[in-house]
Ligand binder design. Structure first.
Ligand code: NDP
Length: 388
């Protein structure tokens, strides 16, 4: 029996993970399920899967969670400390699917107890890649990618020598505004940005797909995950979202990972790794699909991609600053306080100001330093947002 915890269980990735696990209930014992505001879903799933503990990030919702779990035997808890305590409970496999930098501390705590961490929370790698990798190594745990592009690269690299890699290409659908004229983007609304042409995902990552901040985070994640020279990482717009990534080798071979846009493939791959087990994802009919198309990823149209390259060149805690500023800019866009194009400007202004603060970005990558850089970046981004 495998002990499983799911952080961010009420979200899009969390629900897809539960879908897979619920198909084989006798094989899994659920240690912890966590969520945020959606305590109704959290309590339902915790009852259904007979979890040991359910944790909401929202302290004010603890009484409601307790009430919903009354008589079930499932423990209830709330707040960041409770999330970390739950992550410290022994588990064999832990899904990290909280959205944002908030996913980092529980992920580290899970790695410290030797778990295999299935990492959907790309922000962990962006903010603190070296710390995540070192923590896994130090405690005999492992980190497996769940982002579809990184799962695809991981799969293409099985049995290969990383030194033979010439290029890594991660694909992007181009998001909601792929075909919009540039002039129209300034007036784009949060509702328009939150409609993805191919993937069914949480609101924040869907808007990040429209702005390409999601791809920018993934470029940094690629560097951190595979320890690859940033110069070898390319982004390619592929509107059909069927090829998730390609790895080019020095003999000219290009290995592509092809599959339907269904996160249950990457989640299931990480769940069963190193075995491949049958998964409930559609099988592609290539004749019916007919053709795949590709376009260049223009850094003028999507400045987030240029900023990602600058972040990788700066190194240190620049990723934590980038992510925190992006989270605040996204909050402000969702709240209609700034326009769609202003998000990238706020992030760039924040990066410039924070980079000028001596020592902040070059401090060692510890959880405390990540928290400090994250906090300073949020305050700085808010100042720029409030000026508008
Ligand atoms: P969702 O917004 O659907 O879900 C996020 C989860 O995190 C929910 O359980 C939410 O709780 C919880 N949560 C939100 N804020 C906090 C917080 N401050 N502390 C603790 N928990 C919190 O996101 P997704 O499932 O789409 O994405 C999750 C992660 O996976 C992200 O990092 C994303 O980039 C990544 N990812 C997602 C993909 C996808 O297809 N969706 C693909 C690849 C990567 P509640 O809803 O109850 O408030």
């Amino acid at each position: 029996m495998r002990r499983i915890s799911i952080f961010g269980a009420t979200g899009s990735i969390g629900q897809s993970t539960i879908d897979l696990i619920a198909r084989d209930p006798d094989f899994y014992r659920i240690v912890a399920l966590t969520g945020g505001r959606n305590v109704a879903q959290l309590a339902d799933d915790a009852r259904k899967l007979n979890a040991e503990i359910a944790v909401t990030a929202e302290v004010a919702l603890l009484p409601e969670l307790r009430e919903r779990l009354a008589g079930s035997g499932v423990e209830a808890a709330a707040g960041e400390a409770a999330l970390i305590e739950a992550a410290k409970r022994p588990a064999d496999w832990v899904m990290s699917a909280i959205v944002g930098a908030a996913g980092l501390p529980p992920g580290l705590a899970a790695l410290e107890q030797g778990a295999t961490l299935a990492l959907a929370n790309k922000e962990s790698m962006v903010c603190a890649g070296p710390l995540v990798v070192q923590t896994a190594r130090a405690h005999g745990g492992a980190v497996l990618p769940v982002d579809s592009e990184h799962s695809a690269v991981f799969q293409a690299l099985i049995g290969e020598d990383i030194a033979a890699v010439e290029r890594v290409i991660i694909t992007a659908s181009g998001g909601a505004f792929r075909d919009w004229p540039l002039e129209k983007l300034a007036g784009a609304t949060p509702e328009e940005a939150a409609t993805h042409p191919n993937w069914d995902m949480g609101q924040r990552i869907t808007i990040d797909s429209a702005s390409m901040f999601n791809k920018a985070l993934e470029v940094i994640e690629t560097k951190e995950f595979f320890d690859i020279d940033p110069a070898l990482i390319e982004v390619l717009v592929h509107p059909e979202s069927m090829i998730h990534a390609l790895v080019g080798f020095r003999d000219g071979a290009l290995m592509a990972h092809v599959g339907p846009p269904d996160m249950r493939h990457a989640i299931g791959f990480a769940l069963h790794y190193p075995e491949r087990k049958t998964l409930p994802v559609a099988r592609l009919d290539l004749v019916q699909l007919g053709q795949f198309t590709f376009r260049a990823a223009c850094e003028t149209r999507w400045p987030a991609l240029r900023l990602a390259r600058e972040v990788m060149a700066t190194g240190g805690l620049a990723g934590a600053v980038f992510n925190a500023a992006k989270e605040r800019a996204l909050d402000a866009f969702i709240a209609r306080r700034i326009g769609f194009l202003r998000m990238a400007e706020v992030v760039e202004e924040t990066l410039n100001r924070v980079s000028a603060q001596s020592g902040l970005i070059t401090a060692g990558i510890t959880l405390d330093n990540v928290r400090a850089a994250d906090h300073f970046a949020r305050v700085t981004a808010d100042e720029f947002i409030n000026q508008d």
